[in-house]
Design a protein around this ligand. Structure first.
Ligand code: 6GU
Length: 224
């Protein structure tokens, strides 16, 4: 898989992909994540990419030309399954969306900008608009990092224990059960007895019961 991210703030996306699982998945060659600076596609001598909005709404808007040049430049090199735009008015991002996007070969994520982008870009190039929740961020970069992380960890071979991506919270519509490690007793806080029993049937039942109970208490909406 290849993910191209287009942004006015490439610095914001430097660290998120340089650590731990996402770093290793790239080293294994399972994904290539390439961050592009939108300013490199500006034809303006000051590399300007935004301008006042017609009609007088407050704030600057990302202009159509650099965005079109950036996306067109990439589309000439390979076929993209989706051109995603991160925006608070997009479709809510869910595990289901991540699962579907993890099957893609090539993705573009165009990072939103706080006052928006010229709407013609959305008409010309964007195939999917995604929001990561009902709150407003200063820009789409952190959303792009969230979306990329959720997709990349699903790639076959990304996570050592193949079963673990499938047993995540949300993957079966339930929250995950609690987990524990050594010591079995810490300051009187004890690990549930059943987990120390070696009885795998009983452990599985306990985990499912816990998942159901936690989902009912914490996220009853998931059970509807
Ligand atoms: Cl994708 N962008 C911004 N700016 N704010 C958001 C968002 C995206 N998703 C939730 N809030």
């Amino acid at each position: 898989m290849r993910i191209d991210i287009i942004t006015v703030l490439p610095e914001l996306l430097e660290s998120p992909f340089k650590h731990s699982i996402i770093k290793r998945v790239q080293e294994k060659g399972l994904v290539e994540i390439v961050v592009h600076n939108l300013r490199d596609f500006s034809t303006n001598k000051h590399h300007k990419v935004d301008d006042y909005s017609f009609g007088g709404a407050a704030g600057m808007v990302l202009q159509v030309e650099p965005a079109d040049l950036a996306i067109t430049h990439l589309k000439k090199q390979r076929q993209y399954d989706e051109v995603i735009y991160t925006t608070p008015d997009g479709q809510p991002f869910t595990q289901n969306t991540a699962n579907q996007l993890s099957l893609a070969q090539n993705l573009i994520i165009f990072c939103g900008h706080y006052k928006g982008i010229d709407h013609r870009i959305r008409e010309m190039h964007i195939s999917k608009e995604i929001s990561i929740g009902d709150y407003v961020l200063t820009g789409g970069e952190l959303a792009a990092a969230v979306i990329t992380d959720a997709i990349v960890r699903l790639l076959p071979g990304a996570i050592g224990d193949e079963t673990s991506a499938l047993s995540d919270s949300f993957q079966d519509g339930l929250l995950a059960p609690p987990v524990y490690s050594r010591p079995a007793d810490y300051k009187g806080y004890k690990v549930p007895e059943v987990l120390l029993s070696g009885n795998f049937k009983a452990i599985e039942k306990w985990q499912l019961d816990q998942s159901l109970e936690r989902t009912e208490n914490l996220r009853p909406d998931l059970l509807d």
